[in-house]
Design a protein around this ligand. Structure first.
Ligand code: IMP
Ligand code: MG
Length: 180
């Protein structure tokens, strides 16, 4: 209990609690398994934000699966997108002719998903299917949508379950809003 309060002391309110996330992930995983073409999937996890979501989602998908991670950055620590998506890895996974499930923590302006999706298509993958834990209710600056969305949320800055503010709060087991 002390631990929970200690980790969550800066949190103003819980937006989506752990139980609700878990239930939603059961449904998302079933949907993905149903809709994905037969065969193996390459999941590409955008670091760092999507690692918690991806770990919990991918363990629920009962079929052959390869997991790759890509380190991209657009926020550089604050609460406003910098507008530039940086690829921080030296090389990309081999996705030639593969069906990719691209996972990110949250769809905000859409720049990250679009930049990575376009890049993977350039690399010759067969198709990019996109999944996010959260999608913010705001106009996208890039034409991109997620095929699989955990929760639609309002246009506010959230932390927890992988999402950070200045590198912190990723280990909160829920999605919440910080105190002002
Ligand atoms: P986009 O490129 O603007 O769609 O933003 C996506 C990236 O910005 C995500 O991968 C997150 O890392 C970060 N981001 C966007 N909104 C939030 C938020 O509310 N909290 C924490 N990170 C966020
Ligand atoms: Mg981030």
């Amino acid at each position: 209990m002390g631990d929970e309060l200690g980790r969550a002391a800066d949190v103003d309110r819980v937006l989506i609690d752990e139980k609700i996330i878990e239930k939603r992930l059961d449904a998302m995983a079933a949907e993905i398994d149903r809709e994905f073409p037969a065969g193996s999937i390459v999941a590409i996890v955008l670091l760092k934000g999507a690692f918690v979501f991806a770990a919990d989602l991918l363990r629920r998908i009962p079929r052959p699966l390869e997991i790759e991670c890509l380190n991209v950055s657009s926020y550089h620590g604050g609460t406003e997108s910098s507008g530039v998506v940086k690829f921080l890895d030296h090389s990309l996974p081999d996705v030639q002719d593969r069906h990719v499930l691209l996972l990110d923590d949250i769809l905000d302006t859409g720049r990250t998903l679009k930049a990575v999706r376009d890049r993977l298509l350039l690399e010759g993958c067969a198709a990019v299917h996109t999944g996010v834990l959260l999608a913010k209710d705001r106009p996208r600056e890039e034409e991109v949508q997620a095929d699989y969305v955990g929760f639609e949320i309002g246009d506010e800055f959230v932390v927890g379950y992988g999402l950070d503010y200045k590198g912190r709060y990723r280990n909160l087991p829920f999605v919440g809003v910080l105190k002002p």
